[in-house]
Design a protein around this ligand. Structure first.
Ligand code: SF4
Length: 420
């Protein structure tokens, strides 16, 4: 693989390496890449594979916000990695722009449905908005095509969903009503108005020594006090009820007219598998918030040539038992982890009944899954070996009703799903 240090920073305009503070983890630095408009070209994907292979741990993580993470980057290689990303347009000019560009764009968008155009307009507006610095960390948007409901489970402070004609629905998280914007431009203005209002409220709370809170909570507090939503000029739009029901992520498989949706075990793609895909298929890749990749325009022969039928690296069938488990980084990759998680999750996967889900978490934070699972195993320090507390129909924060060592669970996997 080619050396990435052949892209000197001096040749990269508009990029300030000092603005990028690396995220440290137990296995080195983590570099998060937000693909521009939610899409990677084959060349960009190949670069990510090369960087993971040459400077990282040989794995890439697909995240629940449709980003791609390189892990295990040695501190002395961080600058080289950023230079290479910048040279392929995979790095924003500064950390502020990257933080504000927190958009989850429906990966199942289709030509002409307006999703990409709206994302581009919102991204441009965010980059020029001067008054959003006080936004709570992780403030984000989602842009849904309306073709499916799979984005409803994805966390977002402001949700934009295509409606009839040119209209868009703009919904704040936690609200049962949405504003109907007749045009994409008005939808962007409404979304920005909500973000500005949130930033102002967050700033006021910080000045009082309070946690800034999320938009949903700030709106609820406002409604409790004023018995109405805040009046914003850009939101003088009609309100209409929206369906708040969520649906599961689309299963891996063929998406008619789009390509192939493929998953990787526990959302982790090996550098070699991604390199093979990107070097044999010239089409784009869309990372999804369901920790899969949509491979644009590929056919059966192309999928075989790209190695997508290799079950060691990829899952392209809804019946693959590994889809029924999730696990966070765990030990040793995460410094907060109380036990390894991934090997245990994969070992137990064949024993998870259809329709059930097992989540293995290295601590109570529950990074890999925020929604409840049929069974959640939460690592806990033990006298001799780490224990896994068992939480049924809850999240990693929930109340446990039992605790076992990993070895016991491997030997008696039926313990976990007896009631099903
Ligand atoms: S859930 Fe805990 S152990 Fe797992 S990645 Fe998150 S912080 Fe680390």
């Amino acid at each position: 693989m080619s050396a990435t240090s052949s892209h000197p920073a001096a040749h990269i305009r508009g990029w300030c390496p000092g603005a990028w503070q690396p995220m440290a983890s137990g296995d080195g630095l983590v570099v998060r890449v937000r693909p521009p408009l939610g899409r990677l070209t084959a060349q960009q994907a190949l670069l990510l594979a090369q960087l993971a292979q040459d400077h990282g741990g040989g794995l890439l993580e697909l995240t629940s916000r449709a980003n791609v993470q390189l892990r295990g980057i040695a501190p002395d290689r961080h600058r080289v990695v950023l230079q290479a990303l910048a040279a392929q347009d995979l790095l924003d000019s500064d950390a502020r722009t990257e933080r504000l560009r927190n958009l989850v764009i429906d990966p199942l968008w289709r030509a002409g449905d307006g999703v990409q155009a709206l994302a581009q307009a919102l991204q441009a507006a965010l980059s020029q908005a001067p008054d959003l610095d006080a936004l709570p960390a992780k403030f984000g948007f989602s842009i849904a095509s309306g073709h499916h409901a799979g984005l409803a489970q994805v966390a977002a402070d402001v949700r934009l969903q295509a409606s009839t004609g040119q209209a868009w629905l703009v919904q704040a998280e936690g609200q049962a009503m949405a504003w109907k914007a007749p045009s994409p431009q008005q939808a962007v203005e409404a979304a920005l108005a909500l973000a500005r209002w949130c930033a102002t409220q967050a700033l006021a709370r910080r000045s009082q020594g309070l946690h800034p809170g999320r938009l949903s909570r700030l709106l609820q507090d406002w409604q409790a006090e004023h018995a109405a939503l805040p009046v914003l000029p850009q939101l003088q739009l009609s309100l209409q009820p929206v369906c708040t029901s969520s649906s599961d992520a689309p299963p891996p498989g063929w998406q008619a007219g789009l390509g192939l949706l493929v998953a990787a075990p526990l959302g982790r793609v090996t550098a070699s598998a991604l390199a093979r895909l990107a070097s044999t298929h010239a089409g784009g890749l869309r990372p999804t918030p369901w920790r899969m990749l949509l491979v644009e325009g590929i056919d059966h022969a192309g999928a075989e040539a790209a190695g997508l039928d290799d079950a060691q690296h990829w899952m392209n069938s809804a019946s693959d038992a590994r889809l029924r488990v999730s696990a966070c980084t765990g030990a040793p990759g995460c410094q907060q982890a109380l036990a390894p998680t991934q090997a245990l999750a994969l070992a137990l996967a064949p024993h998870v009944p259809q329709g059930a889900h097992l989540h293995v978490s290295g601590c109570a934070k529950g990074c890999a899954r925020q929604q409840p699972a049929t069974v959640t195993l939460r690592a806990q320090a033990g006298d001799k070996a780490p224990m896994f507390e068992v939480i049924r129909h809850g999240t990693a924060h929930g109340l446990a009703d039992a605790a076992w060592e990993a070895a016991t669970l491997r030997d008696n996997p039926g313990l976990l799903f007896e009631e099903i």
